[in-house]
Structure formats: C-alpha cells, structure tokens
Design a protein. Sequence first.
Length: 123
Amino acid sequence: MDAQSSAALESTRELVTEFRAQVQRTADWLNSTPLDQLARATDGPSIADRAYSSNLAIVRSTEAITGGASRDLPRLAVHGVGSQLAVVGEELAAVAETSTDAIAADLALMARISDLLSLRTNS
C-alpha cells in the first residue's frame, strides 16, 4: 500500500469514528427529547420530520457508495426516529469502512456529519 492509499484509509477511519459519535449523540438527543417537541412544527418541518430527512439522506449515501438499488425507508412514529438513525447510521459506517472508493465514502460521511450537527443545533 502506498502512502497516498494509507492516508486515504486513515482519513476514512477518522471520519467513520466521528460519524459514529455524531450518530450516537444525535440518536441520544432524539430519544431524550419530549415527544411533543419532536412532533411540533414551528417555522418549518418538525424535528421528527427533519430527523427522517437526515435518516433518508444517510440511506441514499449508503446506496450511492454501494451502488445498490434505491430502497424505501419506512416513516416511523415520532418516538422511533432516534432508533432508526442508529440503525441506518451504522449501515453507512460499515459500508464506508469497507468501501474501495475512499473519496466517495469521505464525502458522504462529511455531508451526513454536517446534517446531524445541523439537526441538533438548529432545533
């Protein structure tokens, strides 16, 4: 393995670690937020709606990296969005760790980390 490949793998590992941390923080935050607050829409979509959109973006990123077919993501009740995030987030992390396209994996992870930070800070 050359130095460039080694650096790319290290970058992906660091991003996967950060992504998993952000997924865990966001899932914990969603699971501890009162249900009425998750469901309340004020000045735009509710937190639950925004969380579902983030979850769907994670699924689409996973599909883009794997080249897999598009799949439906069920719309869960408000109390399920944090758990759904934990599941789809781990799927993306696992795919990114084993991807042969480090650039695509890194870009997907960075975009999804940004989404999760935005969800928590703008709610």
